[in-house]
Design a protein around this ligand. Structure first.
Ligand SMILES: [Zn+2]
Ligand SMILES: [Zn+2]
Length: 838
C-alpha cells in the first residue's frame, strides 16, 4: 500500500465551510476514543436485553481471566477476537450476550498475599487470609478492567462476576454436590501429580514437560544368582524401591525372574518381575519399580499389588520411611545416596542423559507423584463421550479440534479436583468424627465453608454421630471456571434464559488452553447437562515479539498494551490484532503494523472531511441520479466488498475482512475515485448538476457502507464519523446498534468494473508521468497519446471528456498499440501505453 496524502492535499485545497463541521481537522485518537467509550457506557448500547424476544440471542462464553493485575498483549488479542464477533453479530441483528467474569482463586494470589503483607498463610485465620486475597484480587481486577475499557471492548459490564464472590462459588459448590449425587465424584487415595513448592495436588493439565539434563547411573543389586545392574537417573528413589523388572523376551535375565534382589543401602528384599513395558534396550534392561518415581511405577504398583513406600512429604522432603535419609530434600538425598552407593561400591558406571521431566505450570518446580487422599472426578470414563461431542462442535481453525481429541485420549488418570490451598472454593463436605463417613452438605446450605462452619443439621447415616470434621481442602480453580457456560445462561434459577443462552454460541480462547479450558468445560457440562456447552470454538494463537520469540518480559520483547494505546490509539492496536495474522495462528507484535493502522485512520479521517464537506447539500430523498462509469465502477466494487467482508466475518477471518476494507478505502475510494470526481463535485455550472449529484450519491452510499464494514474493527473512529454523516437523521444512536450492510446485486456490474478500471489505470499512469517530471497534478498536458487494444480504445473514446477534465489534458489521441512481434497478441501488461506532450 502507498502512504501518499492526496486526500490531505485535497482537503486543504477545499476546506470551504469546514467551520460548520464538528469534526476536528486532525485525527486525535486519545480524546476521541475516551469520549466514545464514555458515551457507550452512558447509553448502554452493548447491554444484553433479556426482555427482548424479537431478536435472536448470540452468547459468548468469555473465559474469565485470572486477575494478575496485568492485561497483556496476548489478552488484548484474545479480547479483540471476542469483540470483533460481538460487534459484527450485534449489527447482524442479534441480542448479544457478552459477559465478563474473573477467575479469582489462584495460587499466585496466595503467594503474592504472603509476600506483600509479609505473612505466612498457615499462621493466620482462614478468614483473615481470604480477606487479604480478596483485597489484592479486587485491585488487580480494577487495573485489568481499565485496560479492557480503553481497548473499546463492547462487554456488557452489568453481567460482570467474580468467582470468589459467595453468589458465584455457591454455584461451584452446587455443581459439586450434584456431581457427587450422580456418582461422578469420589474421594480416594490415589497417586497424583504434586508440586512440592506449591504444596498441592495438581491436574495432568497443569504439568508441563521439558527436556532436562541428568545422569544415568548403573547400580548393582545383589541376588542369589549374582549381581544385577540397574540403570536409573533417580537414585534418590532407592529407599522406595519395591521390585525390579525385566522384559519377558530378554533372554539375558530369564533365569532371574521370580528370584529376589536386595535393595542396596536399605537391605529390603524385593521380587524380580517380568513385564512387557520394560524397554530392554534402555540401560541394562533392568528397571527398578519405586513408589512412585513416575507414572509407569503407578501402573506396576497397581498391577502387581506392590507395597507403597511413601517416600516424600508435601514439601518434597524424604519421610521416616527413608530411614537415615528422612528430612532431606530430593536434591540433598540424591547427593547423599550417590555418595553412600559409591562408598558401598554399588555404582558400576555413569553417563549423562537427557530426560523428560514434568514441571508445575505455575512455578516450574519438578513435579513428583504422591499418594494422598483427594477428591476426583471420573473423567477417564467420559473420554468417548467427550470425543464424540468434540466432533459435533465447529472448531476454528479446524486443526484445533485434534488438540482436544488427542488430549482427552492421552489422559491416564481421573481429574484430581481438590487442592491443599486456602484461597479457593471450599469443598461442601464434612466427615463423621467417629466413623469417617462422608457427610455431604445440602443444596440449601450453600454457600458454605466446612473449614469454619459445622453442618447446620443432620447426623451420620452410618453411625448416627452428630460430630463432624469439615473438609480442609478447596477446589481446583478450574472447578470454578468450568461451569461458566451454564452460569452465564442463568443456571440454575433462570430456566427460561437457560433455554435461550445454553449452549453458548461461541467459545473463544487461546490455543494454549484447549486442554484445560475447552476440556474441563466439556467434561463438566456433559456431566451436569448431557450436552456440549458450546457450538463453535474460536481459537487464537499466541502473540510473539518482534524477534519471533514468545513475548516475555525476560526476553526484552515485551510491549505493554497501555503503551501501544497511548502511542497509536485502540483502533490502531485493534487493526493489528485483526490483520497481523491468520485466525488461530501465532501473530508477531510489530509496531509498524500498529503505526500503519494509525496512518490508515488519518487517511480515512481526511477523506471523511472531504466527503462530508462535499455532500453537505446532497438530498438523499430525491430519486437516484444517473450514474457515470466511475460511479458504477466504485459501487460495483463496493458491493463485492460487502460480500467478501461479510463472508470473512462469518468465517472469523478478521485479517481478510480488515485488509479488503482498508484496501478499498485507501486505494479505490481515496486514491482513485475521490481524485477522479473532484472536478464534478466542485463544478459550478448548473448543467453539471446531475453529474455532481451522481458523485455525491456514490460518495454518500460508499462512505456509509465502509464505515459499517469497518465498525467491528475500529469502533471509535467509525462511530464518530457515522454521527457526523447522519447528524441530520433523527434517533441515530450509534453505528454499533445499526444494521450491517447487505450487498445490492443490482449494482454488481462486471462490465463497469472492467471499463472503469481502464479509466482508473489511465488516470494513475498520467499522475505517474506528471510526478516523474516533478509537475503539479494540475499541470496541463497538451497532447496525450494512448496506445491500446481495440477493446480499450472503444472504452476510451466514450470517456475522452472525463479523462481530459480529470487529468487536465487538452487533446487525447487514441491509436492501436504496436505489437511487440508480428502475429502475437500484446502482453497483458503492455496493453496500454501512454506518452504525453506538455
Ligand atoms: Zn508449583
Ligand atoms: Zn459415622
Amino acid at each position: 500500500m502507498k502512504t501518499d496524502t492526496s486526500a490531505t492535499k485535497l482537503d486543504t485545497e477545499r476546506n470551504a465551510g469546514h467551520d460548520e463541521m464538528r469534526l476536528p481537522p486532525r485525527y486525535e485518537q486519545s480524546t476521541l476514543e475516551a469520549s466514545w467509550q464514555k458515551n457507550w457506557e452512558q447509553t448502554g448500547i452493548y447491554n444484553y436485553d433479556a426482555s427482548d424476544r424479537s431478536r435472536p440471542t448470540y452468547s459468548i462464553d468469555t473465559p474469565p481471566p485470572y486477575p494478575s493485575g496485568e492485561f497483556h498483549m496476548g489478552n488484548a488479542l484474545n479480547w479483540c477476537y471476542f469483540d470483533f464477533v460481538a460487534r459484527y453479530k450485534r449489527m447482524r441483528g442479534y441480542n448479544v450476550h457478552f459477559p465478563q467474569g474473573w477467575d479469582c482463586h489462584g495460587l499466585p494470589t496466595e503467594v503474592r498475599a504472603e509476600r506483600t503483607f509479609n505473612i505466612k498463610k498457615r499462621d493466620i485465620s482462614v478468614d483473615r487470609f481470604r480477606e487479604i486475597c480478596v483485597k489484592l484480587t479486587t485491585e488487580y481486577i480494577e487495573k485489568m478492567k481499565t485496560a479492557m475499557q480503553s481497548m473499546g471492548y463492547s462487554i456488557d459490564w452489568n453481567l460482570e462476576y467474580r468467582t470468589m464472590d459467595p453468589d458465584y462459588y455457591k454455584l461451584t459448590q452446587l455443581s459439586f454436590l450434584q456431581l457427587l449425587k450422580r456418582g461422578l465424584l469420589y474421594r480416594g487415595e490415589h497417586p497424583v501429580n504434586w508440586c512440592p513448592r506449591c504444596e498441592t495436588a495438581i491436574a495432568e493439565a497443569e504439568v508441563e514437560y521439558a527436556e532436562s539434563k541428568g545422569t544415568l547411573l548403573d547400580i548393582r543389586f545383589s541376588t542369589q544368582k549374582g549381581d544385577l545392574v540397574v540403570a536409573t537417573s533417580r537414585p534418590e528413589f532407592i529407599p522406595a524401591c519395591v521390585a525390579l523388572a525385566v522384559n519377558p523376551t530378554d533372554t539375558r535375565y530369564a533365569g532371574y525372574v521370580g528370584e529376589e534382589a536386595l535393595v542396596p543401602l536399605v537391605d529390603r528384599r524385593i521380587p524380580i518381575l517380568k513385564d512387557e513395558l520394560v524397554d530392554a534396550s534402555f540401560g541394562s534392561g533392568v528397571v527398578m519399580i519405586c513408589t512412585f518415581g513416575d507414572k509407569t511405577d503407578v501402573r506396576w504398583q497397581h498391577k502387581y499389588v506392590l507395597p507403597v513406600v511413601k517416600l516424600l512429604d508435601a514439601q518434597g522432603r524424604l519421610t521416616q520411611e527413608a530411614g537415615k535419609y528422612a528430612g532431606l530434600t530430593i536434591q540433598e538425598a540424591r547427593k547423599v545416596i550417590v555418595e553412600d552407593l559409591k562408598n558401598a561400591s554399588k555404582i558400576s558406571g555413569s553417563k549423562p542423559i537427557e530426560r523428560e521431566i514434568g514441571t508445575c505450570w505455575r512455578c516450574h518446580t519438578p513435579v513428583e507423584i504422591l499418594s494422598t487422599p483427594q477428591w476426583f472426578m471420573k473423567t477417564k470414563d467420559m473420554t468417548n463421550e467427550i470425543v464424540e461431542w468434540t466432533n459435533k462442535v465447529t472448531w476454528v481453525p479446524d486443526f484445533s479440534k485434534n488438540r482436544m481429541v488427542d488430549w482427552a485420549k492421552s489422559l491416564d488418570w481421573d481429574w484430581v479436583i481438590s487442592r491443599q490451598r486456602l484461597f479457593g472454593t471450599p469443598i461442601p463436605v464434612w466427615y463423621c468424627r467417629k466413623c469417617a463417613q462422608i457427610f455431604a452438605g445440602k443444596e440449601e446450605w450453600l454457600p458454605v465453608d466446612p473449614r469454619a462452619q459445622k453442618p447446620p443439621a443432620g447426623s451420620c447415616q452410618h453411625c448416627g454421630s452428630t460430630e463432624f470434621v469439615g473438609d480442609q481442602d478447596v477446589m481446583d480453580t478450574w472447578m470454578d471456571s468450568s461451569i461458566t457456560c451454564a452460569v452465564h445462561a442463568g443456571w440454575p434459577e433462570k430456566v427460561d434464559e437457560f433455554q435461550r443462552l445454553f449452549p453458548a454460541d461461541l467459545q473463544p480462547n487461546g490455543l494454549d488452553i484447549i486442554r484445560t479450558w475447552d476440556y474441563y468445560l466439556m467434561a463438566r457440562h456433559l456431566a451436569l447437562f448431557g450436552k456440549a456447552p458450546y457450538k463453535t470454538v474460536l481459537v487464537n494463537g499466541m502473540v510473539r515479539g518482534a524477534d519471533g520469540r514468545m513475548m516475555h518480559k525476560s526476553y526484552g520483547n515485551y510491549v505493554e498494551v497501555t503503551e501501544a494505546i497511548m502511542k497509536y490509539g485502540a483502533d490502531s492496536v485493534r487493526q493489528w490484532a485483526a490483520a497481523g495474522g491468520s485466525t488461530g495462528y501465532d501473530i508477531p507484535y510489530r509496531w509498524e503494523d500498529v503505526e500503519y493502522g494509525r496512518k490508515f485512520l488519518t487517511k480515512l479521517w481526511n477523506a471523511a472531511r472531504l466527503i462530508l464537506s462535499s455532500i453537505r447539500d446532497y438530498d438523499s430523498t430525491l430519486p437516484a441520479p444517473k450514474l457515470d462509469l466511475l460511479d458504477r465502477w466504485l459501487l460495483s466494487k463496493l458491493n463485492n466488498l460487502i460480500k467478501t467482508t461479510t463472508a470473512a466475518f462469518e468465517n472469523f477471518q478478521f485479517s481478510v475482512a480488515t485488509e479488503s476494507t482498508r484496501n478499498f478505502i485507501w486505494h479505490d475510494l481515496c486514491d482513485q475515485y475521490l481524485e477522479a470526481v473532484k472536478y464534478r463535485l466542485y463544478a459550478e455550472h448548473s448543467q453539471e448538476g446531475e453529474n455532481r449529484r451522481a458523485a455525491q450519491y456514490t460518495l454518500f452510499q460508499t462512505f456509509e457502507v465502509v464505515l459499517r464494514l469497518l465498525a467491528p474493527i475500529c469502533p471509535h473512529v467509525t462511530d464518530a464519523l457515522y454521527h457526523e454523516l447522519c447528524h441530520d437523521r433523527p434517533n441515530v444512536r450509534s453505528i454499533h446498534s445499526d444494521a450491517w450492510p447487505l450487498p445490492n446485486d443490482g449494482l454488481i456490474d462486471a462490465e463497469s468494473e472492467r471499463n472503469g478500471s481502464i479509466i482508473v489505470r489511465i488516470l494513475s499512469d498520467v499522475r505517474r508521468l506528471k510526478s516523474e517530471k516533478r509537475l503539479s497534478m494540475k499541470a496541463p498536458i497538451k497532447r496525450l497519446t494512448v496506445e491500446s487494444t481495440e477493446e480499450v480504445m472503444c472504452v476510451l473514446r466514450e470517456h475522452v471528456n472525463a479523462i481530459c477534465q480529470i487529468a487536465v489534458v487538452e487533446q487525447v489521441e487514441i491509436v492501436p498499440i504496436k505489437r511487440p512481434m508480428d502475429g502475437l497478441p500484446p502482453q497483458k501488461d503492455n496493453d496500454i501505453r501512454l506518452s504525453a506532450q506538455f
